[in-house]
Design a protein around this ligand. Sequence first.
Ligand SMILES: C[S@@+](CC[C@H](N)C(=O)[O-])C[C@H]1O[C@@H](n2cnc3c(N)ncnc32)[C@H](O)[C@@H]1O
Length: 204
Amino acid sequence: MTIGTPPGFFRVPFRLPGGEEVELDTDRGLFSVAHVDPGTKVLLAKAPSPPAEGNLVDLGCGYGPISIALAKQSPKATVWAVDVNPRARELTEANARRLGAHNIRVVAPDDAPDDLVVAALYSNPPLHTGKSHLHELLVHWLGRLAPDGGAWLVVKRSLGSDSLIPWLTNSGFPANKLGSRRGYRVIEVRLPDSPAQARGAMGE
Ligand SMILES: C[S@@+](CC[C@H](N)C(=O)[O-])C[C@H]1O[C@@H](n2cnc3c(N)ncnc32)[C@H](O)[C@@H]1O
């Protein structure tokens, strides 16, 4: 914790995909308060770079590491940082402002436009709320993918990543394991007609 900050408030180091070192403000009660989650780092290292333009979604943004990485990589895209937790949204907003990531729109799930077409979705999704919530959430958001869009999810192997892949595929969202590191799997979802797009990984 930084000296002089209120109790429960942390500032954690974060290396952007381009290599720049920044700091993110977090707060007690949020996910992975004391450091950026290792799964989030694996996702950013393994997933392809985001498209340069269009709508990118960080589903369950927390205090914003994924949103800020996406926004910095694709400054012409619009990054929708979505979270149910108002404090998470507040901190994503503040971190984005401080770091000059001006292309982030922070919204509660119900405040995202109904007709949003998503070019790419990245998520370290909520797992603590149970499988049926996760499934409902994924079906809702993956259903908004553009025909040539894609989604990348990071899930700990011990928390069910391997069963999520066939479930997604059977639900109409063809999924495969893109890579894994330190017990985390990165799952890639491509719609049936989506061209295989090989972009470089975001790097760590
Ligand atoms: C595993 S955390 C990931 C946080 C952040 N992306 C990171 O990498 O540190 C999942 C986040 O999903 C949020 N969440 C839970 N249910 C949600 C929902 N229905 N819609 C959007 N976000 C949700 C939680 O508040 C939490 O911040």
